[in-house]
Ligand binder design. Sequence first.
Ligand SMILES: C[S@@+](CC[C@H](N)C(=O)[O-])C[C@H]1O[C@@H](n2cnc3c(N)ncnc32)[C@H](O)[C@@H]1O
Length: 284
Amino acid sequence: MENPRIDLVLPQLRCPVCAAALERTDRSVHCAGGHGFDLARQGYLTLLGGGSRAGSGDTADMVAAREAFLGRGHYAPIAAALAEAVATVPAPDGASPLVVDLAGGTGYYLATVLDALPAAVGLDVELSPYAARRAARAHPRLAAVRADVWQRLPLATGSAGAVLSVFGPRNAPEIVRVLAPAGRLVVVAPAQDHLTEIIGPLGMIGVAPDKADRLARQLADFAVVEERAVRYRAAMTREDVTLEALMGPSAHHVDRDALTAAVAALPDAVDVTVSVTVAVYRPA
Ligand SMILES: C[S@@+](CC[C@H](N)C(=O)[O-])C[C@H]1O[C@@H](n2cnc3c(N)ncnc32)[C@H](O)[C@@H]1O
């Protein structure tokens, strides 16, 4: 098998069972301890070490909705702000900087970041096989690994120049461990008024009132380097807002018939508030 994208990040990857270095032979990857892992035909490497109780991530339908929604460009300003934030991250001497997107979904944001950092390589760590297979073909310098971010990350200590967390779960101690000494964590989190026009009418899960406090508690081992609010209104069609409802956690709660009825009651185009914070952190 010729130069799969996983080779870009193999030196930084570690066995999820014993944390040893990994080598690839054709479609399988193994460590000196005899643990082996398969490279899927779709290009992602599964590095699940057992002991994960996190389920299997987003479903095929959720991931398809996410890919379709992001492809419409409504969140492109968020991706651009993220790329700007990551561009300020120092690169390690002599090495290609590694940008790791935890729970990176389809690779949409990481691909934009890599476009702005021509020397960098990217790794999308995802639990959902449906997301991982899309991420594996999202960008020529992006590799995808299926792993659980709540477990020990299958990455060498100090290997990441930047870690991204966009609307995803965050495991602070592991982020601290994998960051390089000058590395940075960049977090995109929804603000209180994110999607405010459609949350109620579509029965979606809103942003928890204590979201900012929880984030601050979760990242108590980090100091904020810079923080920026990204807020704009996006003109969304009924189809756009349906995809928005089906691509996130609301998909587990929203009844499809009720959603169809609620969307039909909306005007043809809705101006929806997109409101997030993009924050850069360093380990304190
Ligand atoms: C709200 S989506 C965000 C995806 C991506 N960051 C984006 O904004 O497009 C959350 C993602 O986390 C993934 N996920 C959930 N639990 C996970 C876990 N324990 N480890 C890795 N990924 C996980 C889901 O499969 C899903 O793709």
